[in-house]
Design a protein around this ligand. Structure first.
Ligand code: COI
Length: 355
């Protein structure tokens, strides 16, 4: 990548109170930008003051949603240093998302360099209070002004950063989940395996309805048979069934989560077998009735591990671990967050200090 130029903000914002941080409401002083033009490639990487993007109203992203994004965090270690968690995995996933959306990819090397550059610039924004971090949101949008439906010839790669607290206001308390029978999030052959805004747009209606009914999130079923579990809310989902853990296989409509992968690798290192396979709602609720479904949790960058206390499928209820966080869920949460915040050793080499 060319040298990243830096234009600093004239006045820096006041940092928010770390105890009242919400998710994604406050943004730092600067952002990273890079442009793409067909024939020229990615060029002009720069850090500039955070602010509105100038977009033509005909910019293709606004009409046809040609867009991809990523999410990762910078963590403040107890020794004051800042670290990232598996940033290369985000870079690789963004390339896969770009390929599906016909967006010219940014190399993993340039992706990580850009993330490190903006984190270095915003290092004072990485909070140190418990459970807080700097959420990093890289995204690429099609900016070509054109109403024809085709792959755009111009794009912007942007990275913004937001100091965040726990994703759910209630912290690691178990959530209530509604099994969604009507809307689907994604289908095989579609974009479910990518991190593109359209997947999230399609999910909002079901989430709103679930919230109205008093649930925190929905459990998504597959779009073809409406039978098999796919994800929970905007997270992957894992279940402890007897002595093993099962999680939906990556069949094309499930996001290959980095926290999901890390859970699997941790569980295997603890000699707990993990099966990636089809799991029907029927199997789960039957297992809950007979006491075999012991724990369930969602995994994602934002919430890390989110225990599921109760599920509702057409009025049929499943209570998990009496509605309390289960021991394996807690162990995963403690280990993952311990490694991410640099509080315990990282035998996997997942973390990278930003110098
Ligand atoms: C994550 O868990 O990191 C997510 O993808 C959620 C995000 C869309 C807020």
């Amino acid at each position: 990548m060319e040298t990243i130029t830096i234009t600093r903000a004239e006045r820096l914002k006041q940092k928010p109170d770390p105890d009242t941080l919400e998710f994604g409401k406050v943004f730092t002083d600067h952002m990273f930008l890079m442009n793409y033009e067909a024939g020229r490639g990615w060029h002009d990487p720069r850090i500039v003051p955070y602010g509105p993007l100038m977009l033509d109203p005909s910019a293709m992203v606004l009409h046809y949603a040609q867009e991809v994004f990523e999410g990762l965090k910078a963590y403040r270690r107890p020794d004051g240093q800042i670290q990232l968690f598996r940033p290369e995995e985000n870079g690789k996933r963004m390339i896969n998302s770009c390929e599906r959306m016909c967006i010219p990819p940014v190399s993993v090397e340039n992706f990580v360099e850009a993330v490190k550059a903006i984190v270095r610039e915003e290092k004072d924004w990485v909070p140190s209070a418990p459970d807080t971090s700097l959420y990093i949101r890289p995204f690429i949008i099609a900016t070509e002004p054109c109403l024809g439906v085709h792959a755009a010839l111009r794009y912007i790669f942007c990275i913004i950063c937001s100091p965040v607290g726990a994703y759910y206001a209630s912290g690691i308390d178990p959530v209530r989940i509604f099994v969604e029978n009507e809307d689907v999030r994604a289908v095989r052959g579609g974009t479910g395996f990518t991190k593109c805004g359209g997947n999230y747009a399609a999910s909002i209606r079901a989430s709103e309805r679930a919230e109205e009914k008093g649930f925190t999130q929905v459990l998504w079923l597959d779009g073809v048979e409406r039978k098999y579990i796919e994800e929970v809310g905007s997270m992957n989902v894992l279940f402890k069934l007897d002595d093993k853990v099962v999680t939906p296989m990556l069949s094309g409509s499930v996001l290959p989560g980095i926290t999901r992968r890390s859970c699997i690798e941790l569980l295997e290192s603890w000699d707990i077998p993990v099966e990636e396979r089809l799991i029907s709602a029927q199997e789960l609720f039957d297992a809950a009735d007979t006491g075999h479904l012991e724990e369930a949790w969602g995994s994602g960058t934002a919430a890390v591990i989110s225990p599921i206390g109760e599920m509702d499928w057409n009025g049929r209820k499943a209570l998990l671990n009496q509605g309390k966080t289960g021991p394996l869920t807690q162990r995963l949460y403690d280990t993952l967050t311990g490694i991410q915040w640099g509080k315990i050793p990282d035998p996997f080499g997942w973390t990278e200090i930003v110098t």
